[in-house]
Ligand binder design. Structure first.
Ligand SMILES: *[C@@H]1O[C@H](CO)[C@@H](O)[C@H](O)[C@H]1NC(C)=O
Ligand SMILES: *[C@@H]1O[C@H](CO)[C@@H](O)[C@H](O)[C@H]1NC(C)=O
Length: 467
């Protein structure tokens, strides 16, 4: 069924072939706070839903976890209303008008409901039906999607709403939670190939923003390798070749997913026991979805021989310091890397216009990543917030300078497609919302254009001038 994308994929093949499935240049937006709410982005709606705000987000109802724990009987319905209204067909229509070709969809692990331990973990149910709805709307509009595992089991980052639970108790980097994240991956890879609603899914991102200190993420390198092996094992069992492992397509694949993935124990020796057990545990979850959704094609699927493999996706190596594992070492087949760049949290450039423009105009992250094999690279999160009061004129220039830098390789995905417009939110949308940025003229109506192609002329320093 991925062959539905074939014409698109072929026309967008880069020379190395690694970007099969992505447009030649990614111009995209994140669907943030849709299936994974970060209350700061919709402060009035969050309070209206029954949420709270507080200085320390672990101390009140300021995350999905805290909400679901506080309102066990109504959380699913309340969130379903949010899912129905935050991202709609009208948004998709605007994306088309604005020439956007890609979305990154932040997801929590709990969208695969069977991996949640309901005794200790609290999250809404029903997100998968909404994800299928959204993917179908995007697909009809010719927009491809990255499934971004944004909030991981056990929590991957402390005190962050984006991790689904605000807590200092970070438990993702443990065998048990790596294992659950891999089951999530197997389920998403299976759906991506066999559920026609997922036909525009081109990539799965292993983890959003792991801790930056590699000393605090033991086992992350093995997780990267297993993540790729899980995706390729699912593809192999479903009848696709894995050229990077010299595995030709199996000829005897049973068209029933349950039967096909049931052969995990007979995978070639290159697949470690962890990968076999992950697929064995993902199989009944997928089978249940096939029966309950229901997906008749699950039990009579056909994979085209020319189907594109999924593109595996990681945050780039330079996201971490202290001798991190290199995700390039995990690649088997097409892989793409993701870097995020926000200036407003400090540590990037001095808080003034010139420093911001100088930094953006001389950005060397693409080159630094490529030197370590992390190529192609896209900038999967960026926006316009500043540490100083920014004028309209500055935001126009700086948006140009950032787009100019990020377009030099695979492209960019803005955070976020929208932000709540309300008295409570104030002017938050001005610097964080793509749709608002276009409306106010900071961002061009055609994402491939700049307001001023010469924006960097007086900022580019000679060493970077040729980059
Ligand atoms: C798919 O295979 C499973 C496991 O053998 C079996 O229980 C199920 O009935 C099959 N489904 C169909 C529709 O044939
Ligand atoms: C299975 O799918 C094929 C087409 O791929 C179709 O011809 C056949 O009737 C289907 N079988 C069942 C039992 O639905």
């Amino acid at each position: 069924m991925r062959s539905a994308l074939l014409g698109f994929a072929l026309s967008s093949l880069s020379l190395s072939g690694v970007k099969a499935g992505f447009p030649t240049k990614i111009y995209g937006v994140n669907l943030g706070s849709w299936l994974l709410i970060e209350p700061w982005m919709l402060p009035a709606e969050w309070l209206a839903m029954g949420g709270q705000e507080c200085r320390d987000c672990s101390k009140c109802i300021a995350s999905e976890f805290a909400f679901a724990k506080a309102f066990p009987n109504t959380v699913d319905a309340t969130f379903n209303d949010h899912w129905n209204t935050w991202f709609t067909q009208s948004d998709v229509d605007q994306f088309v008008d604005l020439g956007l070709n890609t979305v990154r969809i932040p997801l929590g692990y709990w969208i695969v409901e069977d991996i949640v331990d309901r005794n200790t973990e609290f999250y809404p149910r029903g997100g998968l039906a909404q994800l299928r709805r959204g993917l179908q709307q995007l697909s009809a509009a010719g927009i491809v999607a990255v499934l971004d595992h944004h909030a991981l089991p056990g929590v991957q980052s402390p005190q962050q709403q984006f991790a689904g639970r605000c807590t200092t108790n970070v438990q993702f980097y443990t065998p048990f939670n790596y294992h659950r994240a891999l089951i999530w991956t197997a389920v998403m890879a299976g759906l991506s190939h066999v559920d026609s609603a997922f036909s525009n899914v081109v990539a799965i991102e292993a983890i959003n923003e792991p801790l930056m200190d590699a000393n605090q993420t033991p086992g992350y390198g093995d997780f990267q390798k297993n993540f790729v092996l899980v995706v390729r094992a699912v593809e192999y069992l479903l009848g696709m070749p894995v050229p990077s492992l010299n595995l030709e397509a199996k000829t005897d694949v049973n068209a029933n997913v349950t039967e096909a993935l049931g052969l995990a124990t007979e995978l070639p020796p290159i697949f470690p026991d962890e990968v076999r057990s992950v697929i064995s545990e993902a199989n009944p979850i997928l089978t249940k979805l096939g029966v309950n959704i229901p997906l008749a094609e699950f039990f009579n699927f056909s994979i085209q021989s020319q189907a594109d493999p999924l593109i595996t996706n990681f945050m780039d190596i330079n996201w971490q310091h202290n001798n991190p594992a290199n995700p390039a070492d995990a690649a088997l087949g097409p892989q793409i890397y993701d870097n995020h760049l926000y200036y407003s949290f400090g540590g990037v450039a001095d808080p003034n216009e010139d420093a911001y423009l100088t930094h953006s105009c001389n950005l060397d992250r693409i080159e630094a990543d490529a030197a370590l094999g992390n190529s192609p690279l896209y900038f999967g999160e960026w926006a316009l917030p500043t540490q100083f009061q920014a004028t309209d004129a500055f935001l126009r220039k700086w948006a140009d300078a950032q787009k100019r830098a990020y377009s030099k390789d695979a492209g960019w995905i803005f955070w976020n497609f929208k932000i709540e417009i309300s008295t409570k939110a104030g002017d938050l949308a001005r610097q964080w919302s793509y749709l608002e940025g276009v409306k106010r003229g900071y961002l061009t109506k055609d994402p491939s254009q700049l307001i001023d192609p010469h924006v960097c002329d007086s900022y580019v320093q000679s060493a970077a001038a040729t980059a």
